[in-house]
Design a protein around this ligand. Structure first.
Ligand code: SAH
Length: 341
């Protein structure tokens, strides 16, 4: 079965011509149904003949997501649990902001990176998501909420750069002017620091934002929190981020989850300031979302502010992220685990 929603218009033209003997313009029609109208089934494609719709249904599939559960927070954040065609489950989050509506999507079922504070990695990696499954999270949420989605952050379950080809396909398709036409500037990809793929992404020269999950100011402390640091040493990660900025002109965002007693001291802040000195970057400080299985705690508010002050003195801009949706299993992977129990 052809994974129709993962195809570019050119690929769709080739498929429709070769497998179904259809003229070129059909591809544009089908693409419009899938990516602009976000249609959920072949029978909705009313400008195609019934015969063609049946042929399509026999040779191609849509790889939609099915809504299993949704939790709504007081702040308007909505957290979705979706089932895929094979009944695997993933999470996505809707975040309404004054500057537009954002969706946070998953890129894999589970994750194999093993970060010690993260719930998504607790049962390892099941499989990669296809581009169509990533798109379907955005389309499903847009249809459920009835609003246009302007921003997408690939920050849900999984490591996007561990699913490189499908990720790029997703980014290109969500920005396609014949589909949802999102500005690439409104797309963010978050990674735990796969240096080869960061460099490869930089060479694609897509004007997206790269977010780097740093979480520690030294190699030793980072290794203790993120096993992946053994494979990708901190200096090489920072070097890859500099390369990303050089190639794309896009300022890198560093994610730093503050964990009480692990990485939240003023000394840590000073070391972080030294590490990032002179870089065109921004730091997001996120008090860790406690995951029961892990036993990490959030620093109190005064420690968070002290950390930020120290960073500021070193000339590094940062934002303390308001923990949206904390009342609804905010941390990635928590909702899915709840349903597995
Ligand atoms: N694998 C990618 C993207 C998914 S995780 C990455 O590592 O960036 C998205 C972000 O949430 C990452 O910065 C990750 O480190 C962070 N994160 C995961 N669990 C968290 C928790 N319990 N509290 C705060 N941030 C967490």
């Amino acid at each position: 079965m052809k994974d129709l929603k993962s195809l570019t218009i050119e690929e769709m033209e080739a498929f429709l011509a070769e497998d179904l003997q259809q003229p070129k313009y059909r591809a544009k029609q089908v693409f419009d149904w899938l990516h602009k109208k976000m249609c959920g089934g072949f029978d909705e494609m009313t400008n195609l003949s019934k015969e063609l719709r049946e042929k399509l249904a026999a040779k191609a599939e849509l790889r939609d997501v099915r809504q299993v559960a949704v939790q709504e927070s007081k702040d308007g954040t909505r957290k979705y649990l979706f089932a895929l065609g094979d009944e695997e489950r993933i999470e996505s989050v809707f975040l309404p902001h004054d500057y537009g509506n954002a969706v946070c999507i998953s890129s894999q079922v589970g994750c194999r990176m093993g970060c010690t504070f993260c719930a998504s990695t607790l049962s390892g990696l099941s499989r990669n998501l296809t581009a169509s499954e990533m798109l379907s999270q955005v389309y499903g949420i847009s249809k459920d909420t009835g609003v246009r989605i302007d921003h997408v952050v690939v920050m849900g379950m999984g490591e996007p750069l561990d699913n490189y080809e499908n990720l790029i396909r997703f980014l290109v398709l969500i920005a396609d002017p014949n589909g949802q036409n999102l500005s690439m500037r409104n797309l963010t990809v978050s990674t735990c620091g796969l240096t080869n793929e960061i460099r490869r992404l930089a060479e694609e020269k897509l004007p997206i934002t790269l977010a780097l999950s740093l979480h520690a100011p030294t190699q030793e402390k980072r290794e203790a929190l993120m096993p992946v640091a053994h494979r990708y040493p901190l200096d090489e990660v920072i070097e890859a981020c500099r390369f990303y900025f050089e190639k794309t002109g896009r300022r890198v965002t560093f994610e730093y989850s503050l964990i009480a007693g692990k990485n939240d001291s003023e000394e840590d802040a000073a070391e972080l300031g030294a590490l990032l000195a002179g870089m065109n970057c921004h730091v997001n400080l996120i008090p860790v979302n406690p995951v029961e299985e892990r036993g990490y705690a959030q620093p109190d508010q005064s420690a968070v502010l002290r950390f930020q002050n120290k960073l500021e003195k070193k000339g590094i801009n940062s934002t303390i992220r308001r923990g949206m949706g904390r009342d609804i299993d905010g941390a990635c992977g928590q909702l899915r685990r709840r349903f597995e129990e």
